[in-house]
Design a protein around this ligand. Structure first.
Ligand code: N7H
Length: 447
């Protein structure tokens, strides 16, 4: 069992389909520390009273605060605070900007705030109401005063009505996260991860000996990923595919190729179980919506993409039976939320994005190289992954980076056809952070 009163609440999701924090609304406040001594003084008292643990989130609603607050630091943030220990993570030590080209990002598309290493930390505030976010944010501003400067703020929020829980392309998100041994029991088909795959210093966390205060922390990868939704919709219409019977309308064929790009229908139903028609009951059922591994008795795992394309986003980022040995390492907890408004009528009409929207992407792991970076670079951006197939999959059609950006398998009736895709997701940059345990914040970082 894990000391959940000491682990920051956003790191461990309560259930596979929910997120750690009550965060129908979430605000990311990126800051730069001006006065380390004063900052530490405030942080010490603030953290023990206000940084929300996993334990608080599993407590009865009546004892929960109106908003939750988590905090994480970049390498330059820790250095500024006088914490000079080597945390044993190369990417964290250099920061995300140094990694931009390695990830396949175009730095011209990065927000200025993320360029360089000026961001020292981030507060994550989550609530079900904007007014509470603002109240907690005001509280932070008042307490920390000029000991910090806010460099950048991003507000995110669940989409309205029936789209709640769906990201901006329309697909249900937050379905598949690993179950963490000692914290939650796995649902059917769910990956089981040793606690040290997510938490530093726990069983399963590599061989590097980290300073003892880092136990029960996690590396937080933040990325602002802009989504070009009208462009995505137009492309799927222009490239609509047919089912075996040839009975689909263009709109249905557009939904079909969109689902094949992700590996799930918009409801969350996996194509590996329902390859030709969406099934919203299946999509919403946590006992069944993860119970698949891409292998079938009647289908050749090496060559057949009738169920799910090799390049589909969920297959690229979690290959399941595509790897001969069960992958126990390259997992992470995803905890992102959508930002930006709904697509307007004018944008839909022009098939062009006019207002910024996308995913405030958050992923937690004990090693950035094994978690986020492995999924992005070694898998999504690698054309011959999954390995040993009869045809190279090409890149992940959602997040893969490659030139040209090709993907195969999207047409079930012409499975080796290669598509060259425009970008539907554009990285606006981000930063690598460490989200320490609460005792590490009060006892080491703010000491
Ligand atoms: Fe992805 N999307 O709507 O296309 N993702 N993702 N992701 N993603 C998943 O299974 C999406 C991104 C993973 O275990 C679903 O919970 C979008 C990055 C992993 O089966 C949907 C963006 C990385 C999984 C999306 C984006 C990942 C996953 C299905 C960017 C890592 C679990 C819901 C804007 C580098 C796979 C679910 C599994 C699932 C979408 C980014 C990784 C709908 C829009 C950058 C590991």
């Amino acid at each position: 069992f894990l000391p959940i009163q000491n682990i920051q609440g956003d790191i461990l999701p309560l259930a596979v389909s929910s997120v750690g924090m009550k965060k129908q609304k979430e605000r990311f406040v990126f800051f730069h520390i001006n006065d380390p001594t004063r900052f530490k003084g405030v942080l010490k008292t603030y953290a023990s009273a206000n940084i929300t643990s996993v334990a608080t989130l599993v407590s009865p609603p009546s004892s929960q605060p109106l908003a939750f607050v988590n905090v994480a630091f970049s390498q330059t943030g820790l250095t500024t605070l006088g914490v000079s220990d080597n945390l044993g993570d190369t990417q964290f030590a250099s920061g995300q900007f140094a990694d931009a080209s390695g990830l396949g990002d175009d730095i011209n598309k990065w927000e200025t705030a993320f360029k360089g290493t000026n961001i020292h930390g981030v507060f994550l505030i989550g609530s079900d109401q904007d007014s509470y976010l603002t109240a907690y944010n005001n509280d932070l501003n008042e307490l920390f005063g000029s000991s910090l400067s806010i460099v950048y703020t991003l507000n995110s929020a669940a989409r309205p009505g029936a789209q709640a829980g769906h990201e901006h392309f329309g697909f249900l998100d937050g379905i598949s996260n690993p179950a963490v041994i000692g914290f939650n029991d796995p649902l059917p088909g769910q990956t089981l991860a040793l606690p040290g795959i997510i938490l530093t210093g726990r069983l399963g966390d590599g061989t590097f000996t980290r300073p003892s205060w880092t136990k029960d922390g996690s590396f937080l990868v933040f990325r602002k990923l802009k989504q070009l939704v009208p462009e995505f919709n137009k492309w799927t219409i222009d490239n609509a595919v047919q089912n075996k019977a040839g009975t689909l309308t263009v709109q249905e064929g557009a939904e079909f190729i969109g689902a094949r790009m992700i590996g799930r229908w918009k409801s969350g139903a996996p194509l590996d179980i329902v390859p030709e028609t969406d099934d919203s009951t299946l999509g919403a059922d946590p006992q069944r919506n993860n119970k698949f591994d891409f292998a079938h008795l009647t289908s050749n795992l090496i060559s057949d993409q009738t169920y799910c394309p090799f390049s589909a986003h969920i297959r690229k980022t979690n290959p399941r039976a595509d790897l001969a040995d069960a992958n126990t390492i390259n997992h992470a907890i995803r905890a992102g939320t959508p930002y930006g408004p709904e697509v307007s009528a004018a944008e839909a009409h022009a098939n062009t994005t006019q207002t910024d929207r996308g995913l405030a992407f958050v992923e937690y792991q004990s090693s950035i190289a094994n978690g986020f970076r492995f999924q992005q670079v070694n898998w999504a951006n690698t054309a011959n992954f999954p390995p040993l197939k009869s045809v190279n999959a090409g890149f992940d059609p959602v997040i893969g980076r490659g030139t040209p950006r090709t993907a195969v398998g999207l047409d079930p009736n012409d499975q080796t056809k290669s598509y060259t895709l425009p970008d539907f997701v554009v990285s606006n940059g981000g930063e690598y952070f460490f989200s320490p345990s609460i005792s590490a914040i009060t006892g080491t970082i703010a000491a």
